[in-house]
Design a protein around this ligand. Sequence first.
Ligand SMILES: [Zn+2]
Ligand SMILES: [Zn+2]
Length: 386
Amino acid sequence: MNALQLFADWQPRPSYIPSPSEVQTHRAKSGSQVWKNPRLELGSLPDPQLRGDQVLIQVGAVGICGSDMHMYEADSEGYILYPGLTRFPNILGHEFAGRVVEVGKEVKGLQVGDLVACEEVHWCGICDACRRGLVNHCTQLEELGFTTPGAMAQYIAVAAKYCWKLDELAEHTGSESEALILGAMVEPCGVSYHAMFNRLSTWKPGNYVAVFGGGPIGLAAIGLAKAAGASQIIAFDVSEQRLQMAQKLGATSTLNPTGLDLNQALLELTRGQGVDFVVEAAGAPAHTLTPLTNGLAVGATIAHIGRSEKPTPLSLEHYQVRGVQLAGSLGHAGHGTFPNVIRLMASGRLEMRPMVSAILPLSEAVAAFKRLERREDSKIILLPNP
Ligand SMILES: [Zn+2]
Ligand SMILES: [Zn+2]
């Protein structure tokens, strides 16, 4: 089958001592500390072998994620930008949907022909975190497209317990190819959904919401805030194109934060009340969260989704006096998130389709990554079986 692989060299930074298990397995806890000289290669690989608990999926659509870009892009010393769990060489791609073409012997509830989207967080179900229901924080975690083969390939084998059917989306769109494109966006929308409705259940319809970051996760947060009844959605990004997309997906105000007094801007827009709920999806908390003080309403909550390795100074005295809380959020698995996102999309309440700026065959993947370096596209979808 055709597949897009990322190769990189195992060369831990002089300041980083990898653990014995990292050395043995090359499954790095922090990719940006060990992987150097990333390069993409489109080539031919053997079809995946199916285990009894898996289904074989013919990939219909797969999105390129910011994390994919951060594995492909390097810093000035040649290290990949992505700070999370990684093992290379690996097939990239974790935002996808496809058609089941073969079913393992132990699988129940899925049949050949079913359209599915899959969780990327491969939780074990056995460790203490999983047994407490915190599957996104599984201590034996594998991640599809990061440590195990991803979906930028014609076929992928995935355990049935991570698959969710897209029947409702197929009915809603009346088109299998459209259902697969929307299905490929369930995973990124699930990341925002998990942060906004599972990690925190503090904010309510009618609230004022601010979203930092107009990438796919921020855009999904805007769509979800609209669906959930936010009265104002204030979006921040440095890119004019991204702000236009934010407006299309439901932002009521769009602001470029460069040189802006964030608190003053939020107070002006909220009649002096401040915002009730903040989503950080820019991965730049030193510029987004650090300056926030009286622009936050009494009792405001903050969901932190964007990744950033550096410690962030926060006005904790202010948090205390105003009753502000902050939650870090990771992942999209469990908690009914995938089926809820699929239902929201199928009901027409969550409209993510305008975000897709290009649909290209997998054969043009390398050029698509190159194009995304400019950060002008919201979402590029690749078709491995056009
Ligand atoms: Zn992603
Ligand atoms: Zn686990």
